[in-house]
Ligand binder design. Structure first.
Ligand code: ADP
Ligand code: MG
Length: 260
């Protein structure tokens, strides 16, 4: 079987940079009566950058959380690098370690230094030696431009700096995929670009990324594909160019008229 066989045809986009890394196949999720994810199908290729946009409450965060199994699903399957996400168990922890997650609210450990925030998972989960973990962490902190903050506590940093630490922390596990859920929404406007620049850099280096964001600049610069969600469904998939200039669906055009 070749990679891609058996993958549902979800997109007419020709930009495919590699074999499928993430396959979301007919995923459904309810919260009580609320049908939050309705038969979601999509495939993310290795090295691809997918921007997810859509109105509040459309299921974007739930989809991200399902891909990282922070949320269970009712039916369907999610496959990451050829392995179906299990419900629980050791296999889940291992798969999850392959998926970096960056949240809107940074979620740094408040009582650990910046450096410790970046080294803790490699040391505890991957059993990396402290020396090696610190060396890698300093390289990553340097890459996101906050190496000089390594000894501080998160609260001593600006929001933009904290979010860059959060990105460095997710990179420290050497993930196959990074999920970012509105990574710049909680930031003061003057700090948004410093985080977006790091994200664009990652995209250019070939990191596979799924990013929930309404930052059109990022989508235009870095995304291979835009996925528009409304009401628990993927309503439209297009290149950023197509989507922003000529969205097909009424719902997408309506949404764009409100945010642009
Ligand atoms: P988005 O990220 O697009 O704003 P979410 O995925 O956060 O949307 O939410 C989709 C829908 O599911 C919303 O109606 C939200 O209120 C609901 N929802 C999200 N999480 C929960 C939960 N843990 N329990 C009940 N309802 C939830
Ligand atoms: Mg959300």
């Amino acid at each position: 079987m070749r990679p891609g066989d058996g993958v549902p045809p979800t997109s007419n986009i020709s930009v495919r940079r590699g074999e499928p890394l993430v396959i979301v196949d007919r995923v459904n999720k309810h919260f009580g009566e609320l049908h939050v994810l309705k038969d979601i199908n999509t495939t993310v290729a290795r090295g691809e950058v997918v921007v997810v946009i859509g109105p509040s409450g459309s299921g974007k965060s739930t989809l991200c959380r399902a891909i990282n199994r922070l949320e269970t699903i009712d039916s369907g399957s999610i496959t990451i690098d050829g392995k179906v996400l299990p419900e629980e168990g050791a296999g889940l922890a291992k798969l999850r370690a392959d998926v970096g997650m960056v949240f809107q609210s940074f979620n740094l450990f408040a009582h650990k230094t910046v450096l410790q925030n970046v080294t803790i998972a490699p040391i505890k989960v991957k059993k990396t030696s402290r020396k090696d973990a610190e060396k890698t962490a300093m390289e990553l902190l340097d890459r996101v431009g906050v190496a000089n903050q390594a000894k501080k506590m998160p609260a001593q940093l600006s929001g933009g700096q904290q979010q860059r630490v959060a990105i460095a922390r997710s990179l420290a596990m050497n993930p196959k995929l990074i999920l970012m859920d509105e990574p710049t929404s909680a930031l003061d406007p003057e700090m948004i670009n410093e985080v977006l620049d790091v994200m664009v850099g990652l995209a250019r280096e070939g990191m596979t990324m799924i990013v929930v964001t309404h930052e059109m600049g990022f989508a235009r610069k870095a995304a291979n594909r835009v996925l528009f969600m409304a009401d628990g469904e993927i309503v439209e998939e297009a290149t950023p160019e197509q989507f922003f200039t000529d969205a097909r669906s009424e719902r997408a055009r309506d949404f764009l008229s409100k945010i642009l």
